[in-house]
Design a binder for this molecule. Structure first.
Ligand code: MEV
Length: 309
């Protein structure tokens, strides 16, 4: 069995695909994957659908179960397994709304499959999960896979990888716009913005790069006002690149009032908004965001990492 948490991006989504850093954290919703040696096919069961693949068969490009099929085929060839595999997914993480459902599923499946044949190894499971996502969906910075693998709060960039950030327990309100997105499509759209607006995009990357150390210092110092204002400044950058629309902006406004700062999280163009809260205001923030969205919930971020959830 493998298990991994959902994630939110505190700062730097999209810009991290183009070389900036990002800050992410795991939240207390999980996916659990069991893997068994069974039969002579690859059989996958999940809320996204079921699939049965004979030897050498693959799913069509873009199929939502593509990354899991890739991971199973990779495990069979890597560990010289002669029979079939059965993978079953149970998830508390809604798909396509920026909470890392796909990455968490891949990380949990990679861990479960590795566990059938070898000792656990988080770095190896993360690498396998990221390869599966890139093969199925195209460009991914690796930030989501790192957050779902290591949990807690992390700083990530695609050159130096992930670093844990120490800080207090964080409380976040998470609200769903009710509109699912395809991360790969939104990443392609932002790349179009970058091509058409090179100088402005470079300025925005510089601005986000400057926010990361400020936000990291705020987390380490327990300064929620400082972190919240970095999140609000990041939201302005997301607005500029066109991944926040009227609905998301009104959710951000509803979150902003009673919280320390609010922003779109993940790919945007639908998906979720997060607002930074504390124990005292979390109820009000969840309520205010709930009234402006299709549903909201209170999340906890345990900076000590995923095993404690
Ligand atoms: C999605 O959670 C984060 C993006 O930056 C994509 C990525 O980093 O691969 C939009």
């Amino acid at each position: 069995m493998g298990s991994a948490p959902a994630k939110v991006v505190l700062l730097g989504e999209h810009f991290v695909v183009h070389g900036t850093g990002a800050l992410l954290c795991a939240i207390n919703k999980r996916v659990r994957v069991t893997a068994d040696i069974r039969g002579d096919t690859i059989r996958i069961r999940s809320a996204l659908g079921d699939a049965v693949l004979g030897p050498g068969e693959a799913l069509p490009a873009g199929h939502p179960l593509g990354p899991l099929a890739h991971l199973a085929a990779r495990a069979i060839s890597r560990f010289g397994h002669k029979g079939g595999l059965e993978i079953a997914v149970e998830s508390e993480i809604p798909p396509g709304v920026g909470l890392g459902s796909s990455s968490a599923c891949c990380v949990a499946a990679a861990g479960a499959l590795r566990g059938l044949f070898a000792d656990p190894d988080r770095a190896d499971s993360m690498a396998a999960a990221l390869e599966a996502e890139r093969t199925a969906f195209g460009a991914a910075s690796g930030a989501d896979s790192a957050a779902c693998t290591y949990g807690g709060i992390i700083e990530y960039d695609s050159i130096s990888g992930h670093h844990t950030v120490e800080g207090p327990l964080l409380r976040l309100a998470v609200a769903d716009s009710g509109r699912a997105h395809s991360t790969a499509e939104v990443v392609r759209k932002v790349d179009g913005f970058r091509r058409d607006n090179g100088a402005e995009f470079a300025d925005l990357c510089k601005k986000v790069s400057g926010l990361i150390p400020r936000a990291r210092a705020a987390i380490e110092g327990g300064d929620l006002e400082g972190l919240g204002s970095c999140m609000s400044e990041n939201q302005e950058c997301l607005d500029r690149i066109g991944v926040s629309d009227g609905v998301l902006r009104s959710m951000v406004r509803a979150g902003d009032g009673p919280s320390y700062g609010a922003k779109v999280t993940g790919a945007g163009d639908g998906g979720c908004v997060i607002a930074l809260a504390d124990e005292e205001c979390i109820g009000r923030v969840v309520e205010s965001l709930g009234a402006a969205s299709e549903g909201s919930f209170a999340a906890s971020v345990d900076p000590s990492g995923l095993d404690t959830f």
